[in-house]
Design a protein around this ligand. Structure first.
Ligand code: 5GP
Length: 190
């Protein structure tokens, strides 16, 4: 998505070879109009998959996910990051290690908000090692539902997440694909 690439070049900061900061429009302040166009782009790409719900991971996936959900005319569900296990049988949980923080959390989904017939579009802000996305996939599959697509706003293609998801046969649509980061350098996949 050309507009997103231009925004990343203009406002993003590569703080080292692995981390891109986009606090000005995605992770802290949000550009709602850009998010709307991002949501429309995801919705357009996945429109013929019979999507019944859009899932995302709190918190930076929420803005693009809700915009896609509006366009697809389906509910949006936030997978929550809990500090510890909940042992009441009403939730699905799986452990995920955070790329940016190096800590882990229990990704949590109430059984009330998923059904085995659901076809889920999973959206997240970044794809790095693929831990968060694979955690979301585990929860969806544990419920017996189907992952019908994965939408990523910014993929760091030089990290292993994309390949892991491709190898498992998922349809991953990333709106910006970064091939290299270095202090002050941001390059995209051709
Ligand atoms: P993964 O689980 O694929 O290793 O990492 C994905 C998650 O880590 C995303 O949900 C995002 O919150 C965070 N993340 C990974 N890389 C970056 C990055 O370069 N910048 C920012 N802002 N977040 C990142």
């Amino acid at each position: 998505m050309k507009e997103l690439q231009e925004k990343i070049l203009k406002e993003g900061t590569a703080i080292n070879e692995t981390v891109l900061k986009v606090d000005g429009f995605l992770n802290h302040q949000v550009d709602p109009f850009l998010m709307q166009r991002i949501g429309e782009e995801f919705a357009d790409y996945f429109k013929n998959r019979g999507i019944t719900k859009v899932f995302t991971i709190e918190s930076s996936g929420i803005a693009p996910a809700v915009m896609a959900a509006i366009k697809l005319d389906v509910p949006m569900v936030i997978l929550k990051k809990q500090q510890s296990k909940i042992l009441n049988g009403e939730v699905y949980q799986t452990k995920v290690t955070s790329f940016t923080k190096g800590t882990s959390y229990e990704l949590t989904l109430s059984k009330k908000y998923i059904d085995k017939d659901d076809k889920i579009l999973l959206i997240d802000d970044f794809l790095a090692n693929g831990e968060a996305a694979q955690g979301g996939i585990r929860l969806i599959e544990e419920a017996g539902a189907t992952v019908s697509g994965i939408g990523i706003v910014i993929e760091k293609s030089f990290q292993p997440g994309r390949k892991k998801l491709d190898d498992r046969g998922f349809d991953v649509y990333s709106l910006a694909r970064i091939s290299r980061l270095a202090k002050g350098v941001i390059e995209f996949v051709e």
